[in-house]
Design a protein around this ligand. Structure first.
Ligand code: FES
Length: 153
């Protein structure tokens, strides 16, 4: 059956629903392409956990956004105190279509989520739904003296 004839049998409402849902969620970037990843400086970068800008990291489940390079205009890394109290970090740029909308949710043991199309990722970056097969970029963290945190590859 021709596509046009097929859509006619579904009716206008169903055709619109099929078309509209793909405008917002369908993409060929679900796999095979390299995910967008912030390039952080070699050796990483350091944030001050005593700074007022780090206050959200005092509580489990809290997170902040930071710039990996001072020359960037936009924050590109999310730093999280997960539900176990560990400090972890990931790209703020979603591995689906690269939107800077990754956040941390205190559900299912703590996950990353992008609200643009609904991608969800485990804390090791593994995709948790079918929006994308690209893993979210995860960074290493190291607690240093004087309550500083190093974030590195
Ligand atoms: S850009 Fe599509 S889910 Fe994040």
């Amino acid at each position: 059956m021709e596509r046009k004839a097929f859509l006619k049998t579904l009716g206008a409402g169903a055709a619109f629903a099929l078309t509209f849902s793909c405008l917002h969620g369908c993409s060929d970037k679900g796999g095979g392409e390299e995910p967008l990843v912030p390039e952080i400086p070699e050796g990483g970068f350091i944030i001050d956990l005593n700074a007022t800008t780090s206050a959200n990291l005092q509580n489990n489940g809290g997170f902040i956004f930071v710039k990996s390079k001072s020359t960037f205009t936009q924050n590109d890394v999310i730093v999280v105190r997960n539900l176990e109290g560990n400090l972890v970090a990931a790209s703020k740029y979603c591995s689906h279509e690269g939107n800077p909308n990754v956040e941390f949710l205190s559900e299912d043991g703590g996950i990353y989520r992008c609200d643009v199309h609904g991608s969800r990722f485990s804390q090791d970056g593994t995709p948790l739904n079918s929006i994308t097969t690209n893993p979210l970029k995860i960074y290493n963290t190291e607690l240093l003296a004087d309550n500083k945190l190093r974030i590195f590859e």
